[in-house]
Design a binder for this molecule. Sequence first.
Ligand code: PLP
Length: 387
Amino acid sequence: MKNKVIPYGKQSISQSDIDAVVDVLKSDWLTQGPAVPAFESAIAKYCGVNYACATNSATSALHIACLALGVGEGDIVWTSPISFVASSNCALYCGASIDFVDIDLETGNMAATALAKKLVLAKKRNKLPKVVIPVHLAGQSCDMAAINELAKEYNFKVIEDASHAIGAKYKAKPVGSCDYSDITVFSFHPVKIITSAEGGMAVTNCEVLDKSMKRLRSHGITNNPDEMTEPSHGPWYYQQLELGFNYRMTDMQAALGLSQLKQLDNFVSVRNDIATTYNHAFANSTVAHLTQSDDCYSSYHLYIVRLTQCNIEKHKSVITGMREQGIIAHLHYIPIHLQPYYQALGFSDGDFPNAEAYYKQAVTIPLHPTMTADEQQFVINTLIGLV
Ligand SMILES: *Cc1c(COP(=O)(O)O)cnc(C)c1O
């Protein structure tokens, strides 16, 4: 047992996933064929949302989501400091400036109360955000109803970074329904819930936003005569209307994603079972975990514990101690504002106290559908032995 490394997350690939990719390889289209729109339709149907735009990563989906919402120089975007750097880099790609909203220590998610407070101040200073990007940490939705109320009051747009949260539910509806946001973004990186190797998706109920994102992911080019500035010259004709990118997903990736989507509910159910076992195992210990809201069903991308009784040295020794036993404990995330690149933009230690306190306590322990009961018991015993 000790010799086998237990990663914190891992994809699970079935024979039907492999067959789906091989079928594409044998077909006429490796990219820009039928698999991408089929995957988009299936995701839209799953989420109960009107439109879906597949991309080569969630990072690029976040970028074109910001652009489609008109984010540019002089604009301000807010996100959570406890996220992957992609959640905030997307604003900087657009030439906008970035700021953060502190988290709720219990859930790790952007706190709607902190958002409300910051908005009051920002309004006085005439520095309101154009877009706010809540991040559904570990697979649990943020308090989207409260965030949506604030969006209406202060007139900002909302992009949900649901990179962790496909398959999750909020108020009994799938994350991605966009009931409380303009756009929701998913990631299909292999550590996430379902994978297309690299890949992402931006979903929305707004046709204009969808059209804009679909142009931006492919050089800003349109083949649709209705969008052109003059009559088409002929069947070869296309027009570049804006400066876009090559952010397209390939058909091999889309076929893998589509095949994985069929297993999504099963993956999330197994992840919830593993999380429940952890919850019970730690119930009478000093190991706390992120609390779950009653109106959320988490997809449990990550299982994050909080070592509220440990000092910094102890916290570090728990993570290194687990790694010495072959258990790849991790930490999601280093507060973004403390990254050297962000400190150079003017952020510093002390700016977001809850995010900083969270960083000193959080540990991600392994959770993935291919994990065995024995492996999980080994993780539990090792962690309890170390704290
Ligand atoms: C993984 C992740 C991303 C980026 O996803 P990619 O598909 O790798 O670009 C963005 N935001 C969060 C919160 C993530 O976890």
